[in-house]
Ligand binder design. Structure first.
Ligand code: MN
Ligand code: MN
Length: 307
């Protein structure tokens, strides 16, 4: 199997079957190094729905995904075998069954020690992914969490597993080590001061947009944590970006990061043991110019280079 993206000179970028980065679509047990897959589920949203359609939209916009990283001076797709391994099975009207299927699917990817990136899906889909990783690696993970929101909020309408609670459950279930966790792009408004109690109690490092903008970008990048050999996961909620850059999302919050700032943050991260990552909360119906999906694809591209 030749794991190269389709050549745009041979097949123009608007043509051919849509896959992530125009890569070959292969079975989950093939011999790729890094598998990219979709998790089309949005049963955990509290406001705007639609993230279930994100994997298809990001595949479509992936037509524009070129391979050579200009800052890094390398073509990742030449060095590693990357593939589209399809979509994780989901049950649109049943979260329990969906969680079981996500955990099973991720476990199958991990059987052969492969790495992966996924495209959600709302942010509730990250929890079963972390459960599978925790079982595989036998220790709590380090977590880099991009988001406008803390996602440590209490149950909503009596339901625990909504899209604003994955981070709390991940800490409470021992899936991640809160001391090796950083949240980037956080901003208000919050429901109240008590929303901060959880992160303060667990010593989670919260980086607000003010924290980033109150100094020059290069100065801020020097403050990013140094990661060790702990298995590390990146969860990228697209709403960390300002709605000007990512309007197509479930719960947009003004005053966010720019796509350029996020690129610079990705390029400054040093992660010796990245095991997986996701891009969540893209809602194509609210993304008429497709810039949100484009920003999601760009985040995937930057994350690939962290492996
Ligand atoms: Mn969010
Ligand atoms: Mn989130």
């Amino acid at each position: 199997m030749d794991y190269k993206p389709l050549n745009g000179r041979e097949f123009p970028r608007f043509s051919a079957i849509k896959t992530f980065f125009r890569l070959p679509h292969v079975p989950i047990d093939s011999d790729y190094d890094i598998g990219i897959f979709g998790i089309p589920y949005d049963g955990g949203v509290s406001y705007r729905p639609g993230a279930r359609f994100a994997p298809a939209k990001v595949r479509e916009i992936s037509s524009l995904g070129r391979g050579f990283h200009m800052s890094r001076q390398e073509n990742f797709f030449e060095k590693f075998k990357v593939a589209d391994i399809g979509d994780c099975p989901t049950v649109p009207i049943d979260q329990i069954q969906t969680y079981e299927r996500i955990e099973k699917f991720v476990s199958e990817v991990l059987v052969h020690n492969k790495k992966f990136l996924s495209v959600g899906g709302d942010h509730s889909t990250t929890l079963p992914v972390l459960r599978a990783l925790r079982k595989k690696y036998g220790q709590p993970l380090a977590l880099i969490h991009f988001d406008a929101h803390l996602d440590t909020y209490p149950a909503a309408w009596g339901c625990e597993y909504h899209h604003g609670a994955f981070a709390r459950h991940a800490v409470e279930e021992g899936l991640v080590d809160p001391k090796k966790m950083i949240q980037i792009g956080i901003r208000g408004p919050l429901a109240g001061q008590e929303d901060l109690a959880f992160v303060q109690k667990h010593g989670i490092r919260v980086v607000t947009v003010d924290d980033i903008r109150n100094q020059s970008l290069p100065e801020f990048l020097k403050t990013l944590p140094v990661f060790d050999q702990t298995p590390t996961y990146i969860s990228y909620d697209i709403d960390n970006l300002d709605p000007a850059y990512a309007p197509g999302t479930g719960t947009p919050v003004p005053g966010g990061l720019t796509t350029y700032e996020v690129q610079r943050i990705f390029r400054a991260l040093r992660i010796p043991n990245l095991v997986g990552g996701d891009v969540v909360e893209i809602s194509p119906a609210y993304d008429p110019s497709e810039i949100t999906a484009l920003a999601g694809m760009d985040a995937l591209f930057e994350m690939l280079h962290l492996f």
